[in-house]
Structures are given as structure tokens and as C-alpha cells.
Design a protein around this ligand. Sequence first.
Ligand SMILES: Cc1cc2nc3c(=O)[nH]c(=O)nc-3n(C[C@H](O)[C@H](O)[C@H](O)COP(=O)(O)OP(=O)(O)OC[C@H]3O[C@@H](n4cnc5c(N)ncnc54)[C@H](O)[C@@H]3O)c2cc1C
Length: 546
Amino acid sequence: MSVRSGPRSDLNASPKTSHEPRLTSAGAGAGGVALAARLAKAGLRVTVVEKNEFTGGRCSLIHHEGHRFDQGPSLFLLPQIFREAFADLDTTMPDAGVDLLRCETNYSVWFHDGETFKLSSDLASMRREIERWEGPEGYERWVSWLAEGHRHYEISVKEVLRKNFMNVWNMARPSFLIKILDMHPFESIWARAGRYFYTERLRRVFTFATMYMGMSPFDAPATYSLLQYTEFAEGIWYPKGGFHQVVAALQRIGESLGVQYRLKTPVSRVIASPDGKRATGVLLEGGEELSADVVVLNADLVYSYRNLLPRTPKIEARAKSLQTKEASCSSISFYWSMNRKVDELSTHNIFLAEQYRESFDSIFADHSLPVQYSSLSLQQSHHFTRQHASLFDVSHMVQHIFKGKDAAAFLERVTPSSWKDQAPMQGKLTALLWPQTGGIVDDSVTTRIGEDEFYVVTNGACFEKDCKYLDEQLGQFGGDVQWTRLDGSGLVALQGPQSAEVLAEALASPINLDEFYFGSSVWAELKLADGGWAGSGGSGFTGPAR
Ligand SMILES: Cc1cc2nc3c(=O)[nH]c(=O)nc-3n(C[C@H](O)[C@H](O)[C@H](O)COP(=O)(O)OP(=O)(O)OC[C@H]3O[C@@H](n4cnc5c(N)ncnc54)[C@H](O)[C@@H]3O)c2cc1C
């Protein structure tokens, strides 16, 4: 279900009457809050129902022990669009209480060897930075790159951002088709940057930003150079008090126009007219029905199709097809508070790996954690782990559970170890053996995790051989043993002399790690086992892979 807000002239406030259309918006993210205020101004009676107890969605704040963190955004992009949203509501950001601070340096980009490139909106300092790497002609080439980014920006805002694409024919608009090639959508930004920058370093500096779109610069269309154009042309800003200030201001304006916010109110589904063609309201999780003339869903598209929209054949088909689409990459966020100012760092810092392409390929093509930590060479990464601690994704290892009153007897049949007297939550390095020859099929770490339950980890490279072997052995054994492979589970290993220290911080309830020796396991919020795959002095965790 979608609502098209009309042209800006439609947004003149109209007096509220009992006949005014009622709109229910599910979700008070930045999008839902802005839309609610605009449509209230256009004369609709708006109720926003939000499942969280706060507004802002991904643009909300986290408060922890006196520290405040922006949960999501840290770059105020496309400020003109925000200015227009406030102008539509007859105000400006400063008048609505949003105090924007300009960041002097847009970003410091850190290379693996400690060198930096400072991106800013200051022409003189950009000239110095570019000439340092590309020589005197480099500056002119950068200006041409910027001009192209400007074109990408202008066309994209006019022809894409401000237009609805309701079906494939909307793409066939002549004004769009004429300009499409000027946006370079069929060339990767990496290839395009190669035409303007001769050094690998500057190609990196001007392409990494496609990560914001969850895309590798080797796949993302060159159109996205618009991002760095807008950052240069508009600068990077920070709303004082955190990004949620923008949402809070829009919420206040909306409330003054009559928008009602109902927090902690999840929608369980949209109610449709009997022919399934029109939304007539929403059903809340508590069982209450809210009727409405217009329903807007601010929640994620794929989730909305799967969970919220009525189950008509057309919607079912669309939900299925969305499910098969490749999702863009998500991110892992760490929120750290500092007890001092780190003078070397700017407000925004990007650390690039020496193996630039490989680091993107490992995320976007192999779907694995990069083996190299940004800003450290391979050798430095190795030494870092040996001196500090590093986290490794070892989900390629195969995890098994053997359960049943004969599980210990079965393991005694296939390994040379004794299991019947094994203490609970203790394990050992052992091996699966061929019955006739006693030769090794594979080594494994096996732990007793319950009276009749064992957790076994074998090597990923031996997956087929091990599974065939275990299948045959179980068939011949015939006792009471159930074998489950944890194929959907991930496994990560924390390794290095500081791993206990790091882990102690991460555990929800304290565990005496001084008494946590090789072979010990403990149930914490994650399962934790000091096993061979992490190497000496390391820990492994298992949990759902997603
Ligand atoms: C780590 C991170 C960094 C980012 N950095 C930037 C940045 O620097 N610059 C930038 O411009 N953007 C950035 N973004 C993107 C930006 O945060 C999002 O695009 C934007 O906040 C999305 O707003 P939204 O309203 O579309 O969706 P959301 O914020 O997801 O809002 C959806 C709302 O719907 C609610 N909801 C969902 N289901 C239901 C239901 N059944 N019933 C009721 N309510 C429901 C949710 O609780 C949520 O409040 C970042 C995002 C992340 C995660």
C-alpha cells in the first residue's frame, strides 16, 4: 500500500473535519515521522503506530551508562531534501530546533600503512591532498570527476528520487531514457574512477562510499559518485544532540498538526476490503482494530509483504519473488565510548584494508568475514592476533550433536577415547577412526554437554567423507543415538593472549576464565568452548549463523 504525497502546493493545511480522511501509518522511523507531518498538514487525520517504545527506528538513540550513541546514521546526506521537508511544513531546521554542526574534515581515510587522505569541502586542502598522490595534473582530473558526480546527482534527484516507479513502464519515460546513459549505470564506479585517478590509493578514496549502499565498488554503478559529490558540495553535518533530533523535530511538528503517536503498539497485519483491493485499517497485536481510509507501511518492504499485507494471491507471489532477491549487505556496529579525545582521529574515519578488492570480495562475493583487518598488512594482522586478540569466522567447521542413551557408546566405537565417564561440559581433542585399520578419518573436538548429549566439531574440508562415515557407522551400530548436524549455526573463534580479557567484557554473567582450561565448556549467552580449532589460548562460540 502506498500513498503518494502530492506536489508541494497540495500540502496547504486544511481545516480538520470529521470527514477528513484517516491515515494510519505503521512505523515511526524517519520516513514515517516525516510523512505523518506532511500528510497531517495536507489535511489527513493521522495516527502513527510504532512497535518500539521510541520513535526513529534505525535513526534512534541508544543510551547506556550515561553515554549516548547514534544507533544508525552518522552522515547527514542530501541536506537539501531535509530543508525542503521542513519548508513544506512552513519552518526551517534551525527554527524547529535542529542545530546542525559542520564537520571540518568530511572523512579521514586511513590506508593500511598509516598514511591518510583528508576529504573535505575546502578546495585548497583538496588540491594539496590530491596533488600529493596524483601530481599537479591530478587536481584537474578530480574536478572533472566532481563535475560528473554533479551530473549524476542532478539527474538522479530529478529523474529517480523524486519520481515513483510503480511498474516497469515508468522506467520508459522519455526524459529518463534520454539521460540514463549520462548516469553511467552500466559501468562500475571502480572502473569509472580508473579513468580519472591514476593511483590505486585515490581510486580507493573515491569509491569506498558505495559501502553505504551495501555494495562493493567493483559492482556498484558509477552513478553513486553522486554521494561524494554531495558530500563535497554540501559538506558533512552533525545534528547537535544526535541524529534523532531531526526525527524529534518532525515528530513535534506533526503533533502540533494533530498527529497521534501510539508507541509500543505493533501492527500484526493490514485489514483489507472483501475484494482484497483496498486497505481499510490495521489489526494491532493486542487485537484492537484501527480503521483508516489510507494505510502506510513504513516497515521494511520484504517484511511487510511477508507479514503485514493481506494474503491475496498477487501479494503472495510478490512476497515470494522478493524473498528470492539478493539482499544488500548489512553491517556490524560497535558503540564505543572514549574517556579521552583521540587527536589523530577526525569525526569520521574510514580504515581501508591493504587488500582492498579482496576485502570487498570476501564480504560481497564469498559472504565471509575478511581475513585481514583494515589498516593492518597480513603480517601485522598475524602479529596483532599473537599479541592481542582477533575474532575468526570458522563456520566452515561442521558441528554435530549426538544424543541418546547410547551416544557415549557410539562415540567410543568411532573414536579411541573414553566417553562414558567424561565429566559434564568437558571435552577433548579426539579422532574418528576407520574400524578395520584404525587409520584417522578426521580429527575432532568432542564435548559432553548433557547426560546423554555430545557436541562434536569436525573439519569443513572433510564434510562429505565424515558424513558418509558417520552415517554408515550409525547404521551398523543400531543403538539409541540421534545425530543432528547444526548446519544453520555459525561458529566464531576468539584467539590471542588477550582473548580472555575481551571475552570477560562480552559475557553477560561473569565466568571465572582463569579456571577455564583447554577442553572446558560453559553455557553462557553463547556456547563457549576452549577447543583446538581456535589454537592455543583461544575460545570458540557457536550460535545461529544469521
Ligand atoms: C548502522 C547504520 C548506519 C546508517 N548510516 C546512515 C548515514 O550515515 N546517513 C544516512 O542518510 N542514512 C544512514 N543509514 C540509513 C538510515 O538510518 C535509514 O535509511 C533510515 O533511518 C530508515 O528510515 P525508515 O523510516 O525508512 O525505516 P526505519 O528506521 O526502519 O523505520 C521503520 C519503523 O517501523 C517500525 N515497525 C516495523 N514493523 C512494525 C510493525 N509491525 N508495527 C509497528 N511498527 C513497526 C520499526 O520499529 C521502525 O521504527 C544508516 C543505517 C544504519 C542501520
